[in-house]
Structures are given as C-alpha cells and as structure tokens.
Write a protein that binds this ligand. Structure first.
Ligand SMILES: Cc1ncc(COP(=O)(O)O)c(C=O)c1O
Length: 376
C-alpha cells in the first residue's frame, strides 16, 4: 500500500501491515473464476520442447528481413487499419473467397473467443467433443456459455450417426469441432460435419488449426458454399511456423464476419502484425514446404513406438501423436531427461496418455530414446 493513512484509523489491513479507512483492500474476482488457474502448458527451459504443437523450424530465411524492410514504411503514430482489409483480401485470395468472408484476429483462440462472445452467452448452448481442445471449456466459461460434450468413440472418431444424435439431444446454438482433433489427432469427415449442420440450427465452427498437416481432401473448405452456417477457423501458429506472431483467421458467411466485428476491440490487430502476416502469405510456399517432412517424421515416430506392447499409439493427421502407457509418471520421467511433452494422463478418456509434438529429427530421436529409458 503506497498511500499514507491520513486518519491513523484502523479500517482494513494493507499488505504493508498499515491500515487505512475506506472500502476493502481487494475486490473479489467473479465467483466462477475464484478457483481457476490461468490456462497454459508449462513453459520450461528444457532442451527438447514438444508440448505445444509448434513447428520446430524457424520461418524461412529472409522472412524477418523482408518484414523489417516493409515495416519501415508504417506510420506507427496512427492506428492500424481497423478492418484489416489488405490481410483479409490476401487470405481470401489464396483460398478463393472474397474479403467479406474472411476475418482475422490475434491467434485462432481470439477468433474462437469472438465467436463465443457473438453467439454464446448464458442463454445459449455450446456443444463440443470429448476429448477435444482444452481451451473450448475455458472460452465457454469466460463467455458464460453453458457447454456439453459428446464422447468420441473408442477410436476417437465421431460418426455421422452419433453426431446427428448429439445435436438432436442437445439442440446447441454453437458447435466447436477440432479437425484434426487436438489432442487425439483424428480428423472429422465431411459426412459428420454435414450431419452436425443439417441436424441442427447451430453455428458449426470447424477448427482447422492443424489442417495443413492432413490430406488435402479433409479440409472443410469445399463445404463452405454448401453449408450456410459453417465457419472454418485456422491459424498461422502451427504449419505456418508463426506461433510467436499470434495470427489466426476465420472463413465463413458474410453475416458471421459482420457479427464478430460487433465484439472485436477497435484496432485489435496491430499494424506490424498485419504486415508480417501479408509477407508470410506472399512466401507461403517456402513456409509450408516442411509439411511432408513432418508427416513422414510423425509416421517414423509412430512406427518406432507401435511394436511395443506397453505403448498404444493413436493414428494422427496432425503434427503430434498421442500415446498411452501404463506408466503413471511418464511426463515426469521424460522431463527428467530434458524432454517436455503434454500430460493428459489424468484427463477423462485420456488416462495414461501424453501428447508429443513432432519436432526435428534430432528432437524426435531424443524423445524416442527418453521414452525407451522411461519405460525400461
Ligand atoms: C485445436 C486448436 N485450436 C486453436 C488453437 C489456438 O491456436 P492459436 O491461438 O495459436 O492460433 C490451438 C492451439 O494449440 C489448437 O490446438
């Protein structure tokens, strides 16, 4: 407490031990947040970090120099383009959509947050899948949106029949569907997306954070013109190797793009980021050329582990694999060897599981060697 107590009164104890008159020292946080831990995977300074599904390689050579050159021309004393038009036009151009059907924000998490702010709320219902991306419940909580989850089957798939039954049972306003799924890695079929859409009145949000690692035919893009309530959410954090940039986007009907602008903060996307995103799209081919290598490394890691009787490897279309073992403290045993993975072992449906991001060949070798020792 910095202010001196002018009265010498004894109301309220300050952190300094002194007292002052007036109201309480502290305002209680919203009751539903009182026990909440801030969300996020551990950020530890270890040799091999395979816990947040980033790409291990940096952006292509020359990218940062070009961004540096281009930002020289920015008028940073002025606010950036609030409508993010040039970047949205460039995103739309590469995917065959007009600017009015594209929106961009600070990572796909912010896009998801804006969707929940616009279409969620206490009188609405969101439907997710279990297992699913662990931020969805957080975003539902902060937007005061009730959420239900439908269980994926034993192979972590969602069949069209189960999807149709789930929407008929819950009648959601909003559906949150990661494909490929994080953390399990399975993609969702077009038939299932159709079943969710056609069996409901909901906004169907297909979260394609990892889609560039999957086979092209899995992308929901061709469904956009067929399904009027479909929204696709993507990011430059994963295959585009720009997790540090915080840039994500949505593709959808124009009314969704109009509605999310009702909840966005003015000038939410800074001018430097808008330029950095544009330059990345201009260099898209070099940004994405590592995708094949990641897919083949993923298969190599899976093939190296799958002969073991004590490890179950789940098939993945993303840049990570989920494995299940009987070793309760596998996460700690790997960490003790300098390998950081994501621990899901205490989560429902994921008992005994850790998720490992596919890194460089050397990092993957380090993981395999550490796993061998941890299971010995
Ligand atoms: C399924 C899924 N969606 C969205 C995100 C958010 O990514 P970002 O906010 O970096 O775009 C992630 C990140 O891990 C994810 O796994």
């Amino acid at each position: 407490m910095s202010a001196a107590d002018p009265s010498g009164g004894s109301l309220g104890d300050g952190p300094s031990g002194r007292t002052r008159p007036g109201g309480p020292e502290r305002v209680p946080v919203r009751p539903d947040l009182a026990e909440v831990e801030p969300y996020g995977a551990p950020q530890l300074d270890v040799a091999v970090r395979l816990n947040t599904n980033e790409t291990a390689e940096p952006p292509p050579p020359g990218y940062l120099a070009e961004v540096g050159r281009r930002i020289q021309g920015l008028e940073l004393n002025r606010y950036p383009d609030r409508g993010v038009r040039e970047l949205r036009r460039a995103l739309g151009h590469r995917l065959g959509l007009p600017t009015e059907r594209v929106w961009a924000a600070n990572g796909s998490n912010e896009i998801l947050q804006q969707l929940l702010q616009a279409y969620g709320g206490p009188d609405r219902l969101a439907l997710g899948v279990r297992p699913g991306y662990s931020m969805y419940p957080e975003l539902c909580r902060t937007s005061l949106t009730p959420m239900r989850e439908v269980d994926l089957d034993v192979g972590f798939q969602l069949t069209p029949a189960v999807a149709a039954e789930a929407v008929a049972t819950h009648d959601p306003d909003l559906i949150l569907l990661p494909t490929p799924n994080n953390p399990v890695g399975t993609p969702v079929s077009h038939e299932t997306i159709r079943a969710l859409h056609d069996g409901s009145r909901a906004l169907v949000v297909v979260d394609e954070a990892y889609i560039e690692f999957a086979d092209d035919h899995l992308a929901a893009l061709p469904l956009l013109d067929e399904l009027p309530r479909l929204v696709i959410v993507r990011t430059l954090s994963k295959a585009f190797r720009l997790a540090g940039l915080r840039l994500g986007y949505l593709l959808g009907p124009t009314w969704v793009v109009d509605d999310v602008q009702k909840v966005r903060l003015p000038y939410h996307l800074d001018a430097v980021k808008q330029v950095a995103g544009l330059v990345a799209l201009e260099q898209e081919a070099s940004f994405l050329e590592h995708r094949r290598r990641i897919a083949s490394e993923r298969e190599r890691v899976a093939a190296a582990v799958s002969p073991r009787e004590d490890v179950e490897v789940f098939p993945s279309a993303a840049n990570f694999v989920l494995i299940r073992t009987g070793v309760e403290d596998l996460f700690d045993r790997l960490l003790a060897q300098g390998v950081l993975v994501r621990d899901f072992s205490r989560q429902p449906r994921l008992e005994g599981c850790v998720r490992v991001t596919i890194g460089t060949e050397a990092e993957n070798d380090a993981f395999l060697a550490a796993l061998e020792r941890a299971l010995a």
